[in-house]
Design a protein around this ligand. Structure first.
Ligand code: NAP
Length: 240
């Protein structure tokens, strides 16, 4: 589980532990997961060698890797005219290269056993981005396309790969994105919060647990015939 200490990843780590999995939360934050059942491992997914090393360590300490959730991600953005090469690269490297590094390490581990399940985390902004999110939107559209191709590549090997596109989920990442969009439009945080909540057909922001439950479903036997899909967990936002 990458980005597994807080937010969507934090909730998913605990839910997977509830379901009996040994869970390793790979994250760059300097904190451990609050749930003592979850093993916190410091790992930056932008560093492909570090990801390979951590996967090898997990296999030798805890055994076969059955599930990998490529969740770590960052926000960040600016109008394209102001966007620097560094800002663009930083978002793409964390959100897209990070998924590639993690999914590659996972399939290398899963291929010989001909089983396994990978879930990537995209975003509804990968399909319908608002202004000022070009780098993030490009990274998440890339995650969705990467997932679909990988699913086709892995299907003959018994490995399922799906992508979840969350909508507006109440986490630290979403709150700082709201602040950025409010500043960009010159409106207050409370105004943009109300505006974004109002357009969600189910009438509320999502919780990390709303997404965690769908990730756990995709990883379960109940989803044994689902692969190559992109599933929105967005309170109906994309149906709007
Ligand atoms: P979050 O609360 O910020 O949690 C993400 C975690 O990933 C943080 O602990 C973060 O550490 C960590 N992380 C960032 N870069 C990393 C790296 N290079 N290597 C390892 N860990 C790293 O965010 P979240 O809202 O739960 O988001 C999880 C995923 O869902 C992200 O991919 C995000 O794009 C996606 N998503 C979220 C929403 C939403 O509304 N919340 C909507 C659509 C998609 P730092 O705090 O130090 O960065």
């Amino acid at each position: 589980m990458t980005g597994g200490v807080q937010g969507i990843g934090g909730a998913t780590s605990s839910l997977l532990a509830d379901r009996g999995y040994v869970v390793c939360a790979l994250d760059i934050v300097n904190e451990s997961h609050p749930d003592p059942r979850v093993q916190s491992i410091r790992c930056d997914v932008t560093d492909s060698a570090a990801v390979e090393q951590v996967f090898a360590m997990i296999e030798s300490e805890f055994g076969d890797i059955d599930i990998t959730v490529c969740n770590a991600g960052i926000g960040g953005g600016a109008p394209v005219a102001d966007l620097t090469d560094e800002q663009f690269d930083r978002v793409l490297t964390a959100n897209l290269n990070g998924v590639f590094h993690t999914a590659r390490a996972a399939v290398r581990s899963m291929l010989s056993r001909r089983q396994g399940c990978i879930v990537t985390i995209g975003s509804v902004f990968g399909q319908n981005p608002p202004a000022g999110t070009s780098a993030y939107a490009a990274s998440k559209a890339g995650v969705a396309a990467f997932t679909r191709s990988l699913a086709l590549e892995m299907a003959p090997h018994g490995i399922r790969v799906n992508c979840i596109s969350p909508g507006h989920i109440d986490t630290a990442l979403y709150r700082s994105a709201l602040e950025r969009r409010a500043a960009l439009r010159g409106i207050s945080l409370s105004a943009i919060t109300a505006e974004e909540e109002e357009v969600i057909p189910l009438g509320r922001f999502g919780t990390p647990e709303d997404v965690a439950r769908v990730i756990c479903f995709l990883c379960s036997e109940e989803a044994a015939y689902i692969t190559g899909q992109r599933i929105n967990v967005d309170g109906g936002l994309e149906a709007f």
